[in-house]
Design a protein around this ligand. Structure first.
Ligand SMILES: [Zn+2]
Length: 505
């Protein structure tokens, strides 16, 4: 700096200082400070603070710009064009650091970079309904934001992340075959994807994105956001000795399917885990709804039952097989709609017997015993059927029953065992429901019926296989199905235990 100017500056300051001294109250004389040269920084015409040196601020801004350019790998970072720095003389000593001025500017009018804002509009999308109930809880609905905005610098990054997320629900091969119309026709059994689409409206526009907003530059990170919603929903798990897909899923409030979706490299339920392997775990909350409609033809095995005939003329303990049992096969054609890998609607459009079931008949010596085996449970719906959701964790909540669908709206629901009807009622979550006390400690619960049962009332005694209601879609339900529960103790009462019903068949 020029020496002469400095001296001039100092002398002007001195003169001003003296003038001020004369103008101020006597008592303040000793408090008066020597005025200092400073710079007032204005943003949009508003003063935001004093700094010691303008060049220091400009250097700092340049440095920050450079950092941002490197961070986002861009050529240009836009500084708010309404920053003004005006030389001033002050008697205050509240000079701010350039860092705090910079932070102040960035908070009010952040630096921007050119990129794209993608908007996922879920306003008209299907709401996720959780058919899981916890004591005191109202039916839960989708609490996702209706509008999600995602900032990226490169359009391709967003597209790739969406595609990767889609591959969590359908395999790349299935996707390619669907897109290119090269799916194999179904000869005997198999499946065809009839529709595959994202239900939400996704739009994009070029924009100046404030650098203090989240800007995605990593494909993996964006993919995980699209799958889990918030980063806080997600964590990693290191596989230990003896871990299985089931145990890892269960310990993290997930089901195996969700674990496979979150770790697309695992792919199949037979995937082997190895010690030290890192898995992504957490409650998934996908940012979009991918709808799949499949036409499925599959063979369902109908297990044979064993009947006992008692022959008085033979000795107790003696027995022989009169008819050898053999399983039947039914070919079932289904239409299945799922959203983000979970079945929301399923209907059996055709079923054809390929091989009849032959029940086994065993002849035993002696009289028919009085106590009938407690083992047999009757299936609560028509056969064939589709299990649309298993017992276990789903979307971070415990699903305490099994969802059975495919047999159609209004199809009969049967008592799984003899017992006394204890509920014929309506509930916000369960819809129209029936509860049966089997008087051996077990209770069964039948939910989402079409209406208040027209077959039974509270206090009625039912036999196994009696019709107790019609399949429906009432309460917290997304499509026609029966939500079937087996408990010891009255459902949801304290001390009662729920079981996976499929383990009883
Ligand atoms: Zn259910």
């Amino acid at each position: 700096m020029n020496k002469g100017k400095t001296i001039l500056g100092v002398s002007i300051s001195l003169i001003l200082s003296i003038a001020i001294t004369f103008l101020t109250n006597k008592n303040d004389i000793f408090k008066t400070q020597i005025p200092t040269e400073s710079y007032q920084v204005y943003l949009k015409g508003e003063p935001i603070g004093l700094i010691k040196s303008d060049t220091e601020l400009y250097d700092y801004i340049n440095e920050k710009q450079q950092d941002l350019k490197e961070k986002y790998n861009v050529n240009q970072v836009y500084v708010p064009n309404d920053i003004k720095v005006i030389k001033d003389v002050t008697y205050e000593n509240n000079i701010m650091s350039v860092q705090s001025i910079y932070n102040e500017i960035n908070e009010k009018t952040p630096f921007t970079i050119k990129g794209y804002v993608f908007t996922i509009d879920r306003t008209n999308s299907t709401e996720q309904i959780y058919d899981t109930y916890e004591e005191g809880m109202e039916p839960e609905k989708d609490e996702k934001a209706k509008i999600v905005k995602i900032n990226v610098l490169d359009k391709e990054l967003f597209k790739n992340a969406v595609t990767k997320t889609v591959f969590s629900f359908v395999t790349e091969e299935e996707y390619e075959n669907f897109i290119n119309d090269t799916q194999n026709n179904i000869i005997d059994t198999g499946e065809i994807i009839e529709a595959l689409y994202i239900e939400d409206k996704i739009t994009s526009k070029e924009a100046y994105i404030p650098v203090n907003e989240k800007i995605y530059t990593n494909e993996e990170e964006l993919t995980q956001f699209l799958l889990f919603g918030s980063d806080s929903n997600m964590s990693t798990y290191t596989v230990g000795k003896g871990d299985t897909l089931e145990s890892v899923a269960n310990n993290n409030k997930m089901n195996v399917n969700e674990l496979l979706i979150a770790n697309s490299d695992l792919r199949s339920e037979n995937a082997l885990l190895y010690e030290g392997q890192t898995l992504t775990v957490g409650v998934m909350d996908p940012m979009f709804s991918m709808v799949e409609e499949r036409h499925v033809v599959s063979d369902q095995i109908i297990s044979y039952k064993t009947e006992y005939i008692y022959d008085n003329t033979k000795l107790i303990g003696e027995q022989y097989t009169k008819v050898q049992g053999s399983n039947g096969v039914t070919r079932v054609t289904q239409k299945v709609k799922s959203i983000n890998g979970e079945i929301t609607n399923a209907l059996i459009s055709n079923s054809e017997e390929i091989k009849p079931v032959v029940n086994e008949v065993i002849v035993k010596g002696g009289k028919k015993p009085v106590i009938v085996s407690a083992g047999n449970w009757g299936w609560p719906t028509n056969i064939p059927y589709i299990i649309s959701s298993n017992y276990g964790w789903r979307w971070g909540r415990l699903h305490r029953g099994v969802d059975i669908s495919g047999t159609g709206y209004g199809s009969p629901i049967y008592a799984a065992k003899p017992g006394v009807v204890v509920d014929v009622a309506y509930h916000n979550s369960f819809g129209y429901y029936v509860t049966i006390n089997h008087q051996n400690g077990y209770y069964t619960r039948y939910e989402h019926l079409a209406s208040l049962s027209r077959y039974v009332k509270k206090g009625d005694y039912v036999k196994m296989g009696d019709t107790i209601g019609d399949m429906g879609n009432s309460g917290a339900s997304q499509g026609t199905h029966l939500h079937f529960e087996i408990w010891t103790g009255y459902p949801y009462a304290s001390g009662s235990v729920s079981y996976n019903p499929l383990l009883f068949y």
